[in-house]
Design a protein around this ligand. Structure first.
Ligand code: A3P
Length: 317
């Protein structure tokens, strides 16, 4: 999740400085509200560049998510599924055995921080796979021409996961401060409800273009979700692959228990600039851990906002 903590400032239009600003997590994370979403200046610069210059190909796949919602897992599953002809999941030399899932897929926010991005994007093999935390509006109009796979997570678990992640940077950070910021909407890429609803509505309007997955469903039925993912990206599993157990190989390769102890996921930092260990991406990997950390009042507060924001949208948690 370099997008959560990237410190590098970028060139922005002058009027950007006049946008409403806030400080997320009761601390030094300064963000501004750009087109309805809270972004650091680094992320706003990427959003501006993406809106101006992002021109994906028809067969590109963008993996999108709000931070701490299953990005790392979906990156691994999408990469293992799409690259399975070049890299069979059961292969002892599979890239996911020596690289962190985020190293296998370029992160749009980082690609679009400089004009060198086009060259890097063009160098990717087709169909290209990319990752972003941007709200849908920030990757449009480009993303309108390709396919997007979104993963959504139950908000209380997302908040607890976010709190644990941020404590690698600020050990004294209180869960209450993270919850306050999430509830106010003013967190990087937030408000989370608007982030989720943007992709949810697009998945209903254009199910051929946006696949909406849920972290809890991935946990319940990983193989079924991998089959759906493969169909959606236009690479369904053949009968021969099904018989050979390719789906199970992919699920096993990308499972929490398998990925977490690998050297690429348990040593080193996420980004040379960001002092967060890679192991922060693999904490517990379950549903319902919020109950071990939130008071009933905290849970009720978030549940009430979520019920209100998702009322009559067809999406329930
Ligand atoms: P927890 O903090 O609740 O354990 P993201 O990848 O979007 O940053 O989300 C991180 C969350 O996904 C963390 O949740 C992490 O443990 C979990 N996660 C990472 N890899 C996973 C995997 N292969 N299977 C299941 N969950 C995984």
């Amino acid at each position: 999740d370099p997008g959560l903590v990237s410190p590098v400032p970028e060139q922005l239009p002058e009027e950007h400085a006049a946008l409403p600003s806030a400080s997320a997590f009761n601390g030094p994370t300064n963000i501004r509200c750009y087109q309805g979403f809270w972004l650091s200046d680094y992320l706003s610069a990427a959003a501006v560049a993406l809106q101006r210059r992002f021109e994906p190909c028809r067969d590109d796949i963008i993996v999108a998510s709000f931070p701490k919602s299953g990005t790392t897992w979906l990156n691994a599953l999408a990469f293992a599924t799409m690259a399975r002809r070049a890299y069979p999941a059961a292969d002892a030399g599979h890239p996911l055995l020596r690289l962190n899932p985020h190293q296998c897929i370029p992160f749009l926010e980082n690609l679009f921080r400089s004009r060198a991005e086009a060259a890097k994007l063009e160098a990717l093999p087709s169909p290209r796979l990319m990752n972003t935390h941007m709200p849908l509006g920030m990757i449009m109009p480009g993303a309108g021409g390709c396919k997007v796979v979104y993963v959504c997570r139950e908000p209380k678990d997302m908040v607890v996961s976010l709190w644990h992640f941020l404590r690698h940077l600020r050990p004294d950070l209180a869960l209450a401060d993270v919850l306050d910021s999430v509830c106010s909407g003013a967190v990087p890429y937030g408000p989370v409800w608007d982030h989720i609803l943007g992709y949810w509505r697009a998945s209903i309007a254009r199910p051929d273009a946006v696949l909406f997955l849920r972290y809890e469903e991935l946990l319940r039925d990983p193989a079924g979700n991998v089959r759906e993912l493969a169909r959606f990206v236009g690479l369904p599993f053949s009968d021969a692959e099904e018989e050979a157990g390719v789906v199970q190989d992919i699920v096993k390769l990308c499972s929490f228990g398998h990925l977490k102890p690998l050297e690429a996921n348990s040593t080193g930092q996420l980004d040379p600039l960001v002092p967060v260990p890679r192991e922060a991406l693999f904490r517990k990997g379950v549903a319902g851990d919020w109950a071990n950390h939130m008071t009933p009042e905290m849970a009720r507060r978030l549940d009430e906002i979520v019920a209100d924001k998702f009322h009559a949208t067809g999406l329930t948690f």
